[in-house]
Design a binder for this molecule. Structure first.
Ligand code: ATP
Ligand code: MG
Length: 329
């Protein structure tokens, strides 16, 4: 049962990211709905084949907290990765639609991500490398799963060659050039949880309106100009905000907003963000986020360790009905 592009019928576009786009498709012979990720790879055929080989590891990744894999194939010049379709989409889309996510649900997200990360590392020695709300998916059964983990070293290299991506969920040690470890994923989880609970990316100024977030969100790359969807008026407004925010430093050029560098400096030099205001959230939740966001990776715990945190143990026995929650999205 090899997957072939001819057997897939496009249904709708689900979204676009830095490295490609994702479509909802139907596998006609079996009637299975899938999500097809199309990644443009500018590499030699031998490298593409190597990537395809490495992606096969995903066939062995079987966990309730990991998106299942149907197969991958080359469709020149792209590599297509077919995976389980999650009908409620990713958590960034969900909070942008329904607002800040209830802290008890956020606890279930933390539990699912830690379980997924622990499985990937303990069983396959895989580090995720890209934990963020857009890579945490949800379906109408209330299942929460992670996707887009770094299985293929060759794919990571190829994408890195094409898109000089700088993720704002990156840990201080990664920004400073240290190797990825499972603890870098824990940092990214901490940032993501604050974002879900507050309904905004935690590094934006709290007194600013939400539209400001667009400057900082997700993955920005020097090689990619600002999204073309922006109208001129919107752009002017954003530029004004930027000038105001950057406090006199205006270093724009080549389509890149330098405030990304200010943000990276901020992550390295300033205290880590917290679940605030104090007292709004359960103490255990505050403490959990604090322990994800120790700036020193030696002080930060691993996903497996954090599964024993009181807040996660509470989530384990929580009676919250995620299926009912998902039906409200
Ligand atoms: P980046 O490229 O910066 O990592 P991203 O994660 O948003 O950003 P993609 O991985 O290309 O980019 O995904 C685009 C969108 O497609 C996601 O935001 C998500 O909403 C949707 N998506 C991805 N995989 C699935 C899936 N298996 N089921 C349903 N929707 C999905
Ligand atoms: Mg993604």
């Amino acid at each position: 049962h090899d997957l072939r592009n001819e057997d897939l019928k496009d249904m709708q576009e689900l979204g676009q990211g830095n490295g490609g786009s994702v479509k909802k498709v139907e596998h006609v012979p079996t009637g299975t709905t899938m999500a097809k990720k199309i990644v443009l790879i500018d590499a030699k055929p031998s490298v593409r084949k190597q990537i395809l080989r490495e992606l096969q590891i995903m066939h062995d990744c079987n966990s309730n907290y990991i998106i299942s894999f149907y197969g991958a194939f080359i469709s020149d010049p792209n590599i297509c990765i077919c995976m389980e379709f999650m009908d409620k989409g990713s958590l960034d889309g969900i909070y942008k639609k329904i607002g800040p996510i209830d802290i008890e649900v956020v606890g279930m997200v933390a539990l699912a991500v830690l379980e997924g990360l622990t499985y990937l590392y303990d069983v396959h020695r895989i580090i995720h490398r890209d934990i963020k709300p857009s890579n945490i998916l949800c379906n109408s059964k209330g299942h929460i799963k992670i996707c887009d983990f770094g299985v293929s070293g060759e794919l990571i290299n190829s994408i890195a060659d094409t898109f000089v991506g700088t993720s704002t969920y990156m840990s201080p040690e990664r920004i400073q050039g240290a190797q990825y470890t499972v603890k870098s994923d824990v940092w990214s989880l901490g940032i993501s949880l604050i974002e879900l609970a507050l309904g905004r990316f935690p590094f934006a100024d709290s007194d600013d309106d939400d539209s400001d977030l667009s400057e900082f969100e997700g993955t920005l790359s020097p090689s990619r100009p600002l999204p073309p969807s922006r109208s001129k008026a919107e752009k002017e407004k954003a530029d004004k905000r930027k000038k105001r925010k950057s406090k006199g430093v205006s270093l724009q050029g080549g389509g890149m907003t330098m405030s990304i560098l200010e943000l990276l400096q901020h992550i390295v030099n300033e205290p880590a963000p917290r679940l605030t205001p104090e007292g709004r959230f359960p103490r255990e939740a505050e403490d959990f986020v604090d322990s994800c966001l120790f700036k020193d990776p030696d002080a930060r715990r691993t996903p497996k360790d954090l599964l024993k945190h009181p807040w996660i143990e509470q989530s384990h026995v929580s009676s919250i009905d995620l299926e009912a929650w998902a039906s409200t999205i």
